[in-house]
Design a protein around this ligand. Structure first.
Ligand SMILES: Cc1ncc(COP(=O)(O)O)c(C=O)c1O
Length: 398
């Protein structure tokens, strides 16, 4: 089903792209191929395969039919020529970046990115002689100013951590192209249902497939999607040798999850928008950040760049600070106090009393993580139940 996405809607693409009945059995569901190694047939056939004259599965780190089916489906959804599935989102980010930069090269990165991606650049890539400048990428001019002769990559995430700020992908893509610099966008928060960075001129997309692609909180994985030649290099250079491939069983779960990705994301979007609008009028809440609200400073950009919807992530700041955050975490019964996102279950965190309790208040505030900041990955439950759950944990006497 080549070029599936050009002719079919997103639900049809999510269900059918990358799949065809199994030639051996007729099975409609792509079989789970757990084999690590494949019969080469004859010595002559083996020689032809190794000489690159014949394509065949040989060894699962080099390719697996279940993983390949997930890669085809993901590529179709992102409007990419090809995709590569990896062991985790971090494996995807590392493989994509290391395909582009070498010792002596420079990266311009948005400052508002997933903290482990930030640490990868500062510690691991720094030790390899790759420097990164972090900028406030909400203004494309800051990206342009930071580009130097050694810059090989602009790295973006939108909506970004921790406050759901946006980068203008079309504007930054054009700046990078003019400078001859490659671009990567982490599209985890939006998913391809809401935003397609490749259509906006970004070269490569990365994902933590652990989140919306999987959708059920039971498999870790990652994706790199983009031009076929880049994906091939990403596979034959960093991924093959660092070895962070996706396990076939995880690919099977991802395939199953992806079939309902557009349906689930529509519901995440609707629940999150309703919750964000309700929170904005709650007396205990000082501020809500959600790209779908007219109060979001980049709402106009969100409407342009996220045609499918504004995603399932909502951030809000409690007037009561640390104590109010801890109270809410202990009160919720439908939302789970847990990290991660994109699950069918609503997941809630209060960074100041949990994930960020180990960093100093000053460092935390410098990252935009205020005392009362709450991050909510809005799930697929009935929104009335989510509202009642949060309301029970919020103090109305503010
Ligand atoms: C935006 C974003 N990118 C990347 C990652 C890393 O993904 P993984 O945990 O699958 O390695 C995460 C994880 O939370 C994330 O939120």
């Amino acid at each position: 089903m080549a070029d599936h996405h050009r002719t079919f809607g997103i639900h049809t693409t999510a269900i059918h792209a990358g799949e065809s009945p199994d030639p051996a059995t007729g099975a409609l569901v792509p079989p789970l191929h757990l084999a690590t190694t494949y019969h080469l047939g004859t010595a002559e056939n083996g020689a032809a395969i190794f000489a690159g004259e014949k394509e065949a599965y040989v060894y699962t780190r080099w390719g697996n039919p279940t993983v390949a089916a997930f890669e085809r489906k993901a590529a179709a959804l992102e409007h990419a020529e090809a995709a590569l599935a990896t062991a985790s989102g971090m494996a995807a980010i590392a493989a994509a970046i290391l395909t582009i930069v070498k010792a002596g090269d420079h990266i311009v990165s948005a400052g508002a990115i997933y903290p482990s991606a930030y640490h990868l650049m500062v510690t691991q890539l720094g030790a390899l002689g790759i420097q990164t400048s972090f900028v406030d990428a909400t203004d494309p001019a800051n990206v342009e100013r930071a580009i130097r002769p050694a810059t090989k990559l602009v790295y973006l995430e939108t909506p970004g951590n921790p406050l759901l700020t946006l980068c203008d992908l079309e504007a930054i893509g054009a700046i990078a192209r003019r400078a001859g610099v490659a671009t990567i966008c982490d599209n985890t928060f939006a998913s391809p249902v809401n935003q397609r960075p490749l259509d906006l001129g970004i070269d490569t997309v990365v994902h933590s497939a652990t989140k919306y692609f999987c959708g059920h909180g039971d498999a870790v994985g990652g994706l790199v999607a983009g031009r076929a030649a880049f994906i091939e290099r990403c596979f034959t250079e960093p991924l093959r040798y660092y070895g962070g491939i996706m396990a076939p069983f995880n690919a099977y779960l991802m395939l199953r999850g992806t079939i309902t990705l557009p349906l689930r994301v529509e519901r995440h979007n609707a629940n999150a928008l309703a919750l964000a609008a309700w929170l904005e009028h709650h007396p205990a809440v000082a501020r809500v950040s959600y790209p779908g609200l007219p109060s979001h400073p980049q709402h106009a950009l969100a409407k342009r760049q996220m045609p499918g919807g504004f995603g399932g992530m909502v951030c809000f700041d409690l007037k009561g600070g640390i104590e109010a955050g801890a109270r809410l975490m202990n009160a919720v019964k439908v939302c789970s106090l847990a990290v991660s996102l994109g699950d069918a279950r609503s997941l809630i965190t209060h960074p100041a009393s949990t994930t960020h309790s180990v960093v100093t208040r000053e460092a935390r505030l410098a990252q935009g993580v205020t005392d009362g900041l709450v991050r909510l990955s809005v799930g697929l439950e009935d929104v009335e139940d989510l509202i009642a759950d949060l309301d029970a944990g919020l103090d109305r006497r503010q």
